[in-house]
Write a protein that binds this ligand. Structure first.
Ligand SMILES: [Zn+2]
Length: 370
């Protein structure tokens, strides 16, 4: 949804509540660390109206988009990175190169460095923590990547980060517009993006490196002036806006609690699980839940029980687990279903609500809250 469309409608007093009709997410990658034949590295797509946003962009995300086939790669207009671990960002430069692929031409076999007029293009916006901008800029430069469009990187700066500058000595290319360095205020980054239809806020979550969680809020028009007589109509929105919480890797997302309260959908990692050997034959007889949780925490990750407890704490309506250890396939086999059902139950026992275990290409509609 474009901002001007929304405000036009609002100004005419035609919209009371439903700026967005469908709001859906599709998982493109649901594994941690190593890809497998059934799970790719982290990425998910959020779609509403004409907008296509990515959250994380692990290696081969563009391959997953092509396999999925529901959106064209060129339609992606925002990418949100949770942290700069490779399994969450390695795919972004190839994806930018494909999104903005220029016509191929060379002069006597020599590639042009910069010959594309990009002055009027709408930039693809990237959000992420410190290092996101430097990583993209350097990778595109050293791979001689030519784009026929522009992008911009807005960084969420932690209080311990440098608050200004680009964190790289390499200067911007003509394809890169100047991004914002967004400072934390009261422990969060509020409204890093807002267009009248949705707003996005972020907060730090604890992991082994700086990592953030994103909260997407649907905006509703709470009142409007009836243009025929200039009065406020009695009819008010009958529902609240939908809230989607997308966490990066974490062993403790507590700094995002306030933003995440009453999420319609909470997406939380569950990298490591303890399942008894009769469910998961790889489990060693000496393993215990306590050992698995200690190992998960030491690496900045969570178990299903930890995810379930957080979902309960923030009163989420639905919990979606993702970012599973590569030992857990994401196929249709009976053994996989048995294992994933068991992982979902472990989270559900703590949470007390609906739990879904993500797999690659799983799509979920986020239903309106009546
Ligand atoms: Zn990580």
């Amino acid at each position: 949804m474009r901002k001007d469309e929304v405000s036009d409608d609002l100004n005419e007093g035609r919209i009371t509540a439903d700026i967005i009709n469908t709001l859906s997410i599709t998982f493109l990658g649901t594994t941690s660390a190593k890809p497998t034949s059934t799970r790719n590295h982290s990425s998910l797509v959020l779609r509403f109206e004409d907008d296509v946003w990515l959250f994380d962009c692990g290696e081969a995300t563009q391959h997953q988009i092509r396999k999925w086939g529901a959106v064209k790669i060129e339609t992606i207009n925002k990418i949100f990175i949770t942290h700069t671990h490779g399994d969450h960002i390695f795919g972004i430069c190839p994806l930018l190169a494909s999104c903005m692929k220029p016509p191929i031409f060379t002069t006597e076999g020599v590639e042009p460095r910069i010959h594309i007029d990009v002055t009027n293009s709408q930039p693809l916006e990237v959000y992420g923590p410190l290092g996101t901008r430097a990583y993209i800029r350097n990778t595109l430069f050293y791979t001689h990547t030519v784009l026929n469009g522009t992008y911009v990187v807005h960084e969420l700066r932690f209080p311990t980060d440098p608050q200004d500058g680009d964190y790289t000595a390499l200067s911007r290319s003509p394809y890169e517009l100047e991004g914002r360095n967004i400072r934390q205020v009261n422990g969060i980054w509020e409204s890093i993006y807002s267009d009248g239809a949705v707003s996005v806020s972020a907060a730090p979550i604890y992991h082994s490196v700086p990592c953030v969680g994103y909260v997407v809020n649907e905006c509703l028009a709470h009142s409007f002036v009836d243009s025929s007589n200039g009065t406020l109509p009695s009819e008010q929105p009958q529902r609240r806006g939908r809230k989607l919480v997308i966490l990066g890797d974490t062993h403790n997302p507590s700094p995002i609690v306030e933003l995440a309260v009453d999420a319609d959908v909470l997406i939380h990692e569950a990298t490591n699980s303890y399942l008894p050997p009769e469910i998961d034959p790889i489990t060693k007889p000496t393993d215990t839940y306590e050992m698995v949780e200690a190992r998960a925490r030491s690496r900045g990750h969570s178990t299903p029980q930890m995810a379930g407890a957080f979902a309960k704490q923030v009163r989420a309506k639905k919990l979606v687990l993702n970012h599973f250890s590569s030992r857990y396939p994401g196929d249709d086999s009976e053994s996989t279903e048995r294992i994933m059902d068991a992982i979902g139950r472990l989270a559900g026992e703590e949470f007390g609500g609906e739990v879904v275990c993500a797999r690659d290409f799983l799509s979920l509609d986020i239903a309106r809250t009546e």
